[in-house]
Design a protein around this ligand. Structure first.
Ligand code: FDA
Length: 311
């Protein structure tokens, strides 16, 4: 990444947290149109249609109802109800899908006990339906509390029903990966999408990638079913090479990618017989998620500029 790319990434991640811009952007038609590349729709039924289409292409899914800006206990309870409806709908439709949940949706920023209670209600429902809840990882201020809550839910509901996410840009992640694997917690390994300082995160992409490969090996050695979440072909090749060296069968782990990104790669891996899961975000509060996707790839910013100029 060049210095200019790094600057635009930081600026976009800063803007992703600006509430005023969120209201403006979500009302602008060109912005909404662009966001639809990464967001499966604003309603549950639109997301269900997107997942049916993925299923037809041999892909699994993880639904994510977007809403990181909940501010009251009542709003967090609405999120729980939203997830309960979602789990029921997955059962009805019969698609191969689980759910991803953010603890900010559950109220972790203002009441940790409430966040645990809300996440527990979702995981309890998932277990009843023999489904799985992935607790997404957010900015580093909530890393420890997120892992604490995952551990508590894992002890209560068991390995097949709840799992964690680790980000290879964090310096602490290799140690977290080793500890969670020993405890048999299922992990999604990704690079990390938030704005972090050099005290907690590696500033250089080369170090983030090297840590991804180190952590991937920890995961694959553990005998637990993990998710390798990346669109980076070098990371995917490193995973395939290591799995072959360790004689791991296809299906010992899954690849995961985001809705709207590298569909060709998603399909290629699925056709080669690897389980591939696509993360399918939906809902009205898509602005911060969309901005993080823009920040990941400087070329996306030019795509936005062109569309805004065209109107
Ligand atoms: P990298 O950023 O190096 O990109 C590799 C290539 O992928 C690029 O060259 C480009 O071709 C393509 N690409 C990547 N991003 C793109 C984009 N936005 N638009 C177009 N092309 C793009 N993060 C987090 O902090 N917490 C979480 O819980 C999750 N959850 C999660 C789930 C799943 C299923 C995935 C795939 C990713 C996440 N992430 C995440 C996001 C993750 O941390 C990371 O920001 C993105 O996956 C981009 O990193 P890559 O590994 O793809 O590599």
């Amino acid at each position: 990444m060049t210095a200019a790319d790094q600057l635009s990434r930081s600026a976009l991640l800063y803007l992703s947290r600006q509430e005023g811009l969120k209201d403006l952007a979500t009302r602008m038609r060109p912005f909404r149109k662009m966001a639809s590349r990464f967001i499966a729709g604003e309603t549950l039924e639109e997301a269900v249609d997107a997942v049916k289409a993925l299923t037809a292409r041999g892909l699994m899914a993880s639904f994510d109802h977007l809403n990181e800006a909940v501010k009251t206990p009542e709003e967090t309870r609405d999120e729980v109800r939203q997830y309960q409806r979602l789990l029921a709908r997955i059962d009805q439709v019969g698609v191969k899908a689980n759910v991803s949940l953010k603890l900010t949706q559950c109220g972790v920023l203002f009441d940790k006990a409430l966040a645990l209670e809300n996440a527990r209600a979702v995981v309890e429902d998932a277990k009843r339906r023999d489904s799985f809840v992935r607790i997404d990882m957010e900015h580093s201020a909530v890393t420890q509390v997120t892992l604490d809550i995952v551990r508590e839910l894992h002890a209560e509901f068991g390995e097949p029903h709840v799992g964690a996410v680790l980000q290879s840009y964090l310096r602490r992640t290799e140690a977290d990966a080793k500890a969670l694997c020993q405890e048999r917690v299922r992990i999604r390994l990704c690079k990390g999408a938030y704005l972090e300082g050099p005290d907690v995160a590696f500033p250089d992409k080369a170090d983030v990638d090297a840590n991804f490969v180190r952590c991937m090996k920890v995961l694959l050695d553990s005998g637990v079913y993990h998710g390798i979440a990346t669109h980076d072909e070098r990371m995917i090749d490193a995973t395939l090479d290591y799995a072959a060296k360790q004689n791991l069968p296809r299906g010992a782990y899954e690849f995961q990618m985001l809705y709207g990104i590298r569909r060709d790669l998603q399909e290629r891996l699925a056709k080669e017989g690897h389980p591939v899961r696509v993360y399918v975000p939906y809902g009205r509060h898509w602005y911060p998620y969309f901005m993080r996707r823009l920040a990941e790839r400087p070329a996306n910013l030019w795509f936005v500029m062109r569309n805004l100029v065209r109107g």
